[in-house]
Ligand binder design. Sequence first.
Ligand code: GCW
Length: 766
Amino acid sequence: MPNPISRTRVLEQSRRAPAAWALAWALAIACLLIAPLAHAATLPDAPATALPAEEGYRLWLRYVPVAGEWLARYRAGATELVGAGTSPTLRAAHAELVRGLTGLLGTAPQPSRQVTRDGAIVFGTPGTSPLVRRLPLDLRPAGAEGYLIRTVTIEGHSATVIAANTDIGVLYGAFGFLRLLQTRQPIGHLDIATSPKISRRVLDHWDNLNGTVERGYAGDSLWKWESLPQYLSPRYTDYARACASIGINGAVLDNVNASPFILTPLYLRKIAALAGVLRPYGIRVYLSVPFSEPVSLGKLKSADPLDPRVQAWWSAKVAEIYRDIPDFGGLLMKANSEGQPGPGDYGRTQAQGANLLARALAPHGGIVMWRAFVYTTGGHSEDRARQAYDTFKPLDGKFADNVLVQVKNGPIDFQPREPFHPLFGAMPHTHLMLELQITKEYLGQRTSMVYLGPLFEEALRADTWARGAGSTVARVTDGSLYGERLTAIAGVANTGSERNWTGSIFNQANWYAFGRLAWNPDLAAREIATEWVAMTFTSDPRFLAPVVKLMMGSREAAVDYMTPLGLAGQMAAGTHFGPGPWVAPARGTPPDWSSTYYSRPGASGIGFDRTATGSDAIAQYSPHVAAQWGNLATCPDDLLLWFHHLPWDYRMRSGRTLWDSLVRHYDRGVEWVKQARATWGTLAPYVDAQRYRLTADYLAIEEQDAQWWRDASIAYFQSISHLPLPAGSAPPPDTLAHYEAFCIPYVEGSPGPNPACPPADVTVPR
Ligand code: GCW
């Protein structure tokens, strides 16, 4: 069957380029006419921009006035708004169109019941709008959540119709239409049909009931539990708008390290109130729960999944949830992982645990998202990367049909770079969903500029070869590889109570990118960045082009200055912020909570041998992939030390030694951040002072952190390699002892202080 989404993309793309450039030139000329802006270009540190200060609250839904030639064109294409239907979702669509068009075009479109002139915008479903019903539209490609945007003639007038089979499709279409204007695309001859490829597109909030956010770098939780259910903060609605604008249709409200209070009647009332706010925007609520809930809340003696009392308890509890939240999405479970209770406590399998919840949820249409992030400390410590596969692969086919096994993109834990998780493609009889991390736990947290689009794209495009070439993680996730209908993707949210939502302006792009890729995993990270920059800042090419370039390079830069060539897990223990390559296994903690466990540095070289001579984790991949990565001649450099332990003087394909190459990568990462800062410094004229300053200051922090990473890592590894630095590479200014001693005691979002940071060691960085 032809794929409507890719058709849309082609259509959209073919129009985008000339349009964007034309507008950009118009803007460029307009900007040149504004003298203060031109002057500001030479004063990056004190930008005298005329643009009003923005705190970032409006995200990519700013709807700032369109200027120049586009204004007239868009006004002509948005003269009146013709919508029928009174559901909360259609009212939200109407309100968004009014808000967006008023902001963009300076005047509100005329409300109308009929098409009375050219440029009308008609929106609705065949069920709610007689006009839509009468149009000869084939709405099948829109499916249950998608939409069409098409230029049509009604009553002799040219009009744009935003049509869908469902109200939520109309709301998504409204956002889609506004995006065309926000990104300066022509709207005169539209023929767009799009629908999401993945059915559940979920944000996982690691928000605790005490208001903190695990691995959250944007303040406290969005959910103000104390004042719920009575007070419904307007932020809840704005959160829902932002999610709906990118097609996110689910939110797990609480941390996977779940509190037993979550299912108490007290909290269920609060959750029902939140669900009520999110519902019109198509967002279903899900909850993380502890496996031991029947004991802690139900006062049962056990939580054994085969115990009929336990089964009855879950059924009753789930029924109670559905009484208040009829469209409740389901439950997310982290079991027998990092100290959490689970079925293993009763000698049962992960599948038996998952099916316990699945049975309770099935009568209500709910699903279970059961995490594969398991690693038992002790038993399997020779290679943690193997554990999820070894645990879950034998259970393929044993999970109930409303269970999805939720698999992180890589086998360890959201590292700057990992190979894809070997479970993808390996469980043909089980629904697998992909879990990405939007919050940058291991990628510089709040302050780094790192745009995760390229990481997400890399994860989705990775080819498992499970059914030959093209068996990508995206095809596993969207169900097309094994013909599944229940499909899902989750992103660990980066939202918080900060006015800018995500701690920095550029972190907003990661939320945006996740949503766009969840809708269509085939979109390109660059295309998404381009959209986001145009909507969040400006489509002036003098700003847009360099900023997209920065974004596209930002993740690789972080890989370079943190964990190049396939290294992983080199962060400071606990906080996961800053370098800690010297962290060795400590007594009383599992060996895989150290850095040297992953890097294995020694006289023989560096890297983790995961080939047949080592842990053989590579055998968990399909033969094609294993052969490629297992062979030094074909293993890509960026996964080299993930799979191989190599001598320091190993000759890389570049001709350099491994040691020289490693050092070069660290240098390159730092250099990139320096350049990024310099580039941003030239862009002040195009940004309001507030967002300019925040980003400039955060880049300064990132430069300092990159330098710290580079110096500390080189100092440490050089103490083992005993090799000189390659020509042109400056020696770290301090001794290894200095870097080892320097530490940051508290980091936002960390469950506790840095365990390796006694007060006496806290110094000021140079
Ligand atoms: O990456 C690790 C984090 C934990 C997190 C865990 C998980 C919520 O350091 O903070 O716990 O992964 O994904 O469960």
